[in-house]
Design a protein around this ligand. Structure first.
Ligand SMILES: C[S@@+](CC[C@H](N)C(=O)[O-])C[C@H]1O[C@@H](n2cnc3c(N)ncnc32)[C@H](O)[C@@H]1O
Length: 274
């Protein structure tokens, strides 16, 4: 079961993500504006937000007149996104689907996988299946975007020594019931599969700070190197058009091989169907 399949996670996702991403501002700042600009540039033939979660991008676009479709593997995340859309009077097509298989019966000119959805595909086989399926869902010349966090060996070395129960405190937030919760994670790295796996632990606190409940949820993501993404693109019928360094508009110089050495962080890939 994926972390996002849990009702409690979906209901609290926006609340704790705000705190989590607030702590990693450099990585995530401006992401909604970034996708809005991509939607204006490439989305005239229809936009789909794949792995849309609770609709952070989908709703931002819709509020600005771009009515995208949304899909997510987790029914619970789709329900939260749908409820938020309805509350705002937005009629959006949001449905549970696996990105390796989904088809809505129409084609799109832009498919967005925002904020690490692609990294939730745990094997190369599933990455290829997703890219091939997304290729089929795009019109000719259509564009796909997703992000990868550049693998960083010093962090991998730390995670290789961590067990799935070696928890570190990530954050504290207030959940949908108004209760304080502490979130911990324990991440182990397997260099052969390039998988980061482990657990999230949610501790619910009473007013005096005593732990009154605990939930453990699985964690699984795959790290993908830049060279792999170029190969995956080629294999699945895409050409890489741009690689952004975060959401503020800086780009890699694709003609300069030394460009890659100058940045480690969140890479946002923009590739065109060929
Ligand atoms: C880190 S969340 C990002 C959600 C959203 N894009 C955002 O920006 O808030 C990753 C999402 O990917 C979804 N996901 C994981 N594997 C998936 C798959 N194979 N197909 C579709 N969605 C998937 C999860 O359910 C989760 O909602």
């Amino acid at each position: 079961m994926d972390l996002h399949d849990y009702k409690d996670v979906a209901e609290n996702y926006d609340r704790y993500l705000e705190v989590m991403y607030g702590q990693e501002k450099d990585r995530h700042e401006n992401f909604q504006e970034f996708y809005l600009e991509l939607a204006k540039k490439y989305g005239a033939g229809g936009v789909v937000d794949v792995a849309c979660g609770t609709g952070a991008v989908l709703l931002y676009l819709a509020e600005r007149g771009i009515m995208a479709d949304g899909t997510d593997l987790s029914e619970e995340m789709c329900k939260v996104a749908q409820a938020k859309a309805e509350k705002q009077g937005l009629k959006l097509n949001i449905y549970p689907a696996d990105m390796t298989k989904f088809s809505s019966g129409r084609k799109y000119s832009l498919a967005i996988i925002a904020r690490s959805g692609f990294m939730h595909l745990p094997t190369t086989e599933l990455q290829i299946a997703a890219l091939r399926n997304l290729h089929d869902q795009l019109e000719d010349g259509g564009v796909l975007t997703f992000n990868t966090f550049d693998p960083w060996p010093p962090m991998q070395a730390v995670q290789m020594k961590t067990t799935p129960e070696d928890y570190s405190l990530r954050l504290e937030y207030v959940n949908a019931d108004g209760k304080r919760e502490r979130i911990y994670n324990a991440i182990t790295y397997n260099p052969y599969t390039q998988q980061m796996y482990g657990n999230w632990k949610f501790e619910t606190l009473d007013d005096d700070g005593n732990v009154i409940g605990e939930r453990v949820r699985p964690l699984m993501m795959r790290e993908t190197y830049r060279s792999e993404v170029f190969l995956l693109a080629k294999l699945c019928g895409f050409e890489v058009v741009d690689v952004y360094r975060g959401y503020k508009g800086d780009k890699e110089d694709l003609n300069d091989p030394s460009s890659a050495a100058k940045y480690k962080g969140n890479l946002i890939w923009v590739m065109r169907k060929i």
